[in-house]
Design a protein around this ligand. Structure first.
Ligand code: URA
Ligand code: CA
Length: 442
């Protein structure tokens, strides 16, 4: 069949054969299918969607469009965790040592921040000496010796996704559930994990703003993973306010360490506890979520998880003294207190706006090539439902540029709303999606 006919078939919503999906995707990767044909195909997918069978084939073809990583020399069931991206989403840095300290190996590959969302790899680079680019052989050796490691996801994985994503970006086809699901899942599976845990964020700081779309995306990814032999579970968690207290890079590392000391944001801890116990279950360490949570609380109380983070930092060349000395992390030149201008209850937070403001200060990047400033950002411990009084300190802005600092202070007060009457705390964990179905948790 010609490429033109494959596009026509999708346009009319007729099911595609596995061979047809392979032909168009591999043709595009190899350069025999031009951008304009792939663009038309992606738009047809945007309107018509994909069946489970098509989606699983598309993902499989993408996985095998390039190299895949073999982690079979790591003993035990490897569980990877992926977040669809958010603000103050400081989950991975504490989660990896917690799970590793309880005996489930974590070979974590993470990404960098883009737009209003932060990335684990950038955050970790604020630890002096910490290496995020580590050859796979050494990565495997560290995981076997220490129990966990976090490295930068190889840019060589899934060339099909790289090329297709660049085209989606300029053809209005990014926001398609099958295209997002295959993009994320192909990279996770190509990186060699046995099981996958997805944290799909929903809300005004997330990729998916409403629950219905988030649930559709989660279900699509769970079906892909399970159909390709990787047990996959997804949680849908709230991103209608920053998850932790800190929005930046070095300050998020600080909050991550605080979490391992039993301090920091309660909502952030709750997400870590839930995802962590699910990882322990997927890794065969516990048979139910409640026992997992108990082990996690013990790992924090005993200091075992914090010690594990120190071991991981050291194994990756970093200075483990940061655990007890935060001044070793990059420090911003200027800091200024945020003062409440109104009394009442916080009713709404512009989460994306806060992420954008941190980006404006230098903590994030607009394009992949941009450099970032690891030391600046925003500390905002207030949550929806909190009562505040005029004149009260509600946060801190950290910057290396005085003009930007003043501008940020001015803009910040427009990023949340206050009401006179009490406001309810929003739910945190909405759904768990697995092979067994969708479970409502709020
Ligand atoms: N993240 C990805 O990796 N791919 C998408 O398509 C969207 C978000
Ligand atoms: Ca991320």
């Amino acid at each position: 069949m010609s490429i033109g006919e494959i596009i026509e078939k999708k346009k009319y919503g007729k099911p595609l054969e596995d061979s047809e999906i392979k032909e168009i995707v591999m043709g595009y990767v190899e350069g025999t299918v031009p951008d304009y044909q792939m663009a038309a195909f992606l738009m047809a997918v945007w309107f018509r969607g994909m069946s489970d069978r098509e989606l699983s084939t598309l993902t499989d073809v993408m996985i095998h469009s390039g190299k895949t990583i073999d982690l079979s020399r790591i003993n035990g069931i490897k569980v990877d965790k992926h977040s669809s991206g958010g603000v103050a989403d400081t989950v991975t840095i504490p989660l990896v040592p917690i799970v590793a300290s309880l005996g489930v190996p974590v070979a974590k590959m993470s990404g960098r921040g883009l737009g209003h969302t932060g990335g684990t790899i950038d955050k970790l680079e604020s630890i002096p000496g910490f290496r995020v680019e580590i050859p796979i052989e050494e990565f495997i050796a560290i995981v076997n010796r220490v129990g966990g490691a976090i490295i930068s996801q190889s840019s060589e994985l899934v060339p099909a996704d790289k090329k297709i994503y660049a085209l989606r970006d300029v053809t209005g086809t990014v926001d398609s559930i099958p295209l997002i699901a295959s993009s994320i899942m192909s990279k996770k599976i190509a990186s060699g994990t046995d099981a996958i845990l997805l944290d799909v964020k929903v809300g005004n700081g997330a990729f998916m703003e409403n629950l219905e779309d988030a649930l559709k995306l989660a279900e699509a990814m769970v079906r892909i993973g399970n159909s390709l032999g990787r047990e996959t579970v997804a949680y849908i968690t709230d991103m209608n306010e920053p998850l932790g207290y800190a929005i930046g890079n070095s300050i998020e590392v600080e909050e991550a360490i605080n979490i391992l000391k039993g301090k920091g944001s309660k909502r952030l801890f709750e997400v870590i506890e839930t995802l962590g116990s699910e990882m322990l279950r997927l890794g065969g360490r516990v048979s139910d979520i409640e026992s997992g949570k108990k082990l996690i609380r013990e790992a924090i109380e005993s200091g075992k998880a914090l010690l594990k983070l120190a071991e991981i930092i050291e194994a990756q060349g970093g200075n483990k003294d940061v655990i007890n000395n935060y001044s070793l992390l990059p420090q911003a030149k200027f800091r200024k207190t945020l003062i409440a201008q109104k009394s009442g209850f916080i009713s709404k937070i512009d989460t994306k706006g806060i992420g954008r403001l941190a980006q404006f200060l230098g903590a994030g990047r607009e394009k992949k090539e941009d450099t970032i400033d690891l030391s600046c950002g925003i500390i905002f411990p207030m949550k929806i439902g909190d009562k505040i009084e005029t004149g009260q300190k509600i946060g801190t802005i950290l910057a290396n540029n005085e003009a930007k600092l003043e501008e940020a202070i001015k803009r910040f007060n427009m990023l949340f709303e206050v009401e006179e009457t009490p406001v309810e705390t929003p739910p945190l964990i909405y759904y768990r999606v697995s092979r067994e179905g969708v479970h409502k948790l709020f």
